[in-house]
Design a protein around this ligand. Structure first.
Ligand SMILES: NC(=O)c1ccc[n+]([C@@H]2O[C@H](COP(=O)([O-])OP(=O)(O)OC[C@H]3O[C@@H](n4cnc5c(N)ncnc54)[C@H](O)[C@@H]3O)[C@@H](O)[C@H]2O)c1
Ligand SMILES: O=C(O)C(=O)C[C@]1(C(=O)O)C=C[C@@H](O)C=C1
Length: 282
């Protein structure tokens, strides 16, 4: 019987489990989490067949999926290297950064275990097992970072085929650079805007409620889980700071144009950004 071990049964881990259950109902799924309420919920809902903590039964698994915060994934990989795993096991993760994770997987890779880094490029500001849903990643890109040639790639794609994603194979460094710009810097910007807005209205909190769609959509991701995002900042800080500097340069340039009432420049920048953003929808 095929056994799948999943560590971290939150938004992403439980979404993967839901997709595996749907596509491979005969597979046995073992779940591990630091939250007993989460494990209880997973058992009650029939999402997992057995529950434990730490690496409980990971050594019996054909697939190991690490789905906690990035820093927990790094630690899990070190701990897995202390265990003798099932021959032929395929290990993957869902972390939002990849280089430190691939580095942490080196001892496993060197001894011949198959590790394929993974990252679904979609999600939500919501977190926890109850927020997971089978169609969360439908038609989204899902990054894969194979580390042993193509070994295990088709098996992993088959395991997760219920997600209906577009697979995107890439190297770790390139992945981290792309997501620094497309996910991590946007998170910093949303957080800074929310923080500055709350400070502006600190004596009149009720005025924040006057915000409309523009403010709400720009700051939605500031509602995300702080543990997850602190770990992302730690693990991709060099590239995030690099892209943040480029963003600050752009912000300063817009500030100057507004100060100088340079209508021609403002119109040109707004027009270009409008066209670039519209292209994303096609
Ligand atoms: N939220 C998103 O949109 C999104 C998208 C793609 C990838 N990711 C990545 O997926 C991973 C999980 O994020 P999420 O959104 O599911 O978070 P989440 O907060 O919904 O779930 C995390 C789960 O892991 C558990 N957990 C925390 N530390 C643990 C540990 N040491 N051992 C075992 N379990 C632990 C928590 O109890 C929780 O159940 C993160 O690495 C994140 O970077 C998130
Ligand atoms: O909240 C959303 O809509 C998301 O897709 C979350 C989001 C992001 O876009 O930055 C957050 C982190 C991930 O690694 C991937 C996706």
């Amino acid at each position: 019987m095929t056994t799948v071990f999943v560590k971290g049964l939150g938004l992403i881990g439980s979404t993967l489990i839901r997709a595996i259950r749907q596509k491979h109902p005969q597979y046995r799924i073992v779940g591990s989490d630091i939250s007993t309420a989460t494990l209880d919920f997973a058992i009650e809902q029939g999402l997992i067949d057995d529950a434990g903590t730490n690496l409980y039964q990971a050594d019996q698994a054909d697939f190991i999926i690490l789905a906690g915060p990035v820093s927990a994934i790094v630690k899990d990989l070190h701990d897995l290297a202390q265990l003798e795993l099932k021959p032929g096991v395929i290990i993957t993760d869902v972390g939002s950064t990849k280089q430190t994770i691939i580095d942490a997987a080196q001892p496993l890779i060197e001894r011949g275990d198959v590790f394929i880094g993974g990252h679904p490029m979609a999600g939500s500001h919501e977190s926890g097992i109850q927020a997971g849903r089978v169609d969360l990643f439908k038609d989204a890109y899902y990054f894969l970072i194979p580390t042993s040639g193509s070994k295990g790639v088709s098996e992993l794609k088959d395991l997760l085929s219920g997600l209906n994603v577009n697979w995107y194979l890439i190297h770790a460094r390139q992945h981290d650079k792309i997501v620094a710009q497309l996910s991590h810097v946007p998170h910093v910007i949303a957080t800074a805007l929310m923080t500055q807005s709350a400070a502006t209205f600190k004596d009149h909190r009720e005025l924040l409620k006057l915000a409309a769609g523009g403010f709400k959509s720009t700051t939605r991701i500031a509602k995300s889980d702080p543990t997850m995002w602190s770990a992302i900042m730690h693990n991709n800080r060099e590239l995030i700071v690099q892209q943040l500097d480029e963003y600050l340069y752009e912000l300063q340039s817009l500030r100057q144009a507004i100060t100088a009432d340079d209508q021609e420049k403002l119109f040109a920048v707004f027009s270009k950004a409008k066209a670039d953003r519209e292209e994303l929808d096609h």
